[in-house]
Design a protein around this ligand. Structure first.
Ligand code: F6P
Length: 355
């Protein structure tokens, strides 16, 4: 293979640039040209591709490659492409790749992006390799996706800051974190931040039950002499933070409770060591797999599932995208054993968190 292309798609996540850097270096070491696609599948459909490095028209000079790994976001740009969801858009994207002489495509992104990669492979025979990237950690077959660790560090840091002011005023806070379809960020950060309670979509609690539980935790916490009570709520719990806080205050007879929505703050920032490591090793695995002739697969980090195709890296295995997408759906609908284990663990700590 002489030319590969790489795109980042869907919600950006810290570590995407580190993955691009590793892919560029792996390609350079093997004499392969790497094209960077602008703005995900949107840019692919329009043929917006640029050699990553080197050369006067390159996206980055050698120095650019050096600094790239520490930058958040994605230098290539990202998008959620409506056109690519249509068969005509995918056909055009495949044609763009063919006419540019691209023999393999690396797709870095989440569920929607990997679904798109699978469709390109199945419908048009494009050789694709996926790399899981999503701060929500909602992708099947991999223990971690690129960006999750950095997002968790940001959340914990933000909760520490909120803690300072909460303790100064003996206040309760509800902190909302991203995670529309998956409560992993809330679950994992609640333990690390020492939260008193955690709310996530997978608990399937109705609004009244949530209000009652939050009010109870706050009341009991202060009754025991605590200086702060911290509740972490996942975005996927549909009751808006402001309404939740208002209803809890009413129930507590006017006690002040504050709400903070961390939102996109959590998606940016310099990638952590773990995310840089993950990104580099997954990108290396993806490029090598493509060069060895693999296609329609994703590279996974320390998979919690049996099976998978081993690579030269003990932490990286390859899985067919078909299986990845099935596992991702099972994580979302709660039927995956991985989700069952996460819920079981959270149930065990539920009584311990408020202490
Ligand atoms: O990347 C996934 C995610 O972070 C979700 O948790 C969140 O709901 C969504 O992205 C927000 O997307 P947007 O940037 O399009 O508002």
């Amino acid at each position: 293979m002489r030319t590969l292309a790489l795109l980042t798609s869907g919600g950006d996540s810290p570590g995407m640039n580190a993955a691009l850097r590793a892919a560029a270096k792996t390609c350079a070491a093997r004499g392969v040209r790497l094209l960077g696609v602008r703005d995900g599948y949107e840019g692919l459909i329009d043929g917006r591709m640029l050699e990553v490095v080197p050369g006067p028209c390159a996206l980055l000079g050698e120095a650019g490659l050096d600094v790239l790994g520490g930058q958040g976001g994605t230098v290539l740009g990202s998008a959620r492409s409506a056109r690519f969801r249509e068969a005509a858009g995918r056909a055009q994207a495949a044609e763009v790749l063919r006419s540019a002489g691209v023999e393999g495509l690396v797709v870095i992104g989440g569920n929607g992006s990997l679904t798109g990669a699978h469709a390109l492979a199945r419908e048009h025979g494009v050789r694709v390799l996926g790399i899981p990237a999503s701060i929500d950690n909602d992708i099947g077959c991999t223990a971690l996706a690129i960006g999750t660790d950095t997002a968790l560090n940001t959340i914990v840091q933000a909760c520490d800051n909120i803690d300072d002011t909460a303790r100064a005023h003996s206040r309760a806070f509800v902190v909302e974190v991203m995670g529309r379809a998956c409560g992993y960020l809330a679950m994992a950060s609640s333990v690390a931040a020492g939260a008193d309670a955690v709310l996530f979509r997978e608990q399937k609690r109705d609004e009244d039950t949530i209000v009652q539980a939050v009010a109870g935790v706050i009341q009991q916490g202060f009754a025991r002499g605590k200086r702060r009570v911290l509740v972490i709520k996942a975005e996927g719990v549909e009751i808006p933070c402001t309404r939740l806080v208002r209803r809890v205050e009413e129930r507590l007879g006017g006690m002040e409770v504050r709400a903070v929505v961390l939102g996109h703050l959590v998606r940016g920032g310099h990638p952590s060591f773990l995310d840089r490591q993950l990104s580099a090793r997954l990108a290396f695995g993806a490029v090598v797999a493509l060069l060895e002739g693999a296609t329609d697969e994703m590279v996974a980090w320390n998979t919690p599932l049996p099976g998978g195709i081993p690579t030269s890296d003990g932490s990286v295995k390859r899985f067919p995208l078909e299986r990845v997408l099935q596992e991702t759906a099972a994580l979302e609908d709660g039927s995956s054993p991985v989700m069952a284990r996460r819920l079981q663990l959270l149930q065990q700590v539920e009584g311990v968190l408020p202490l």
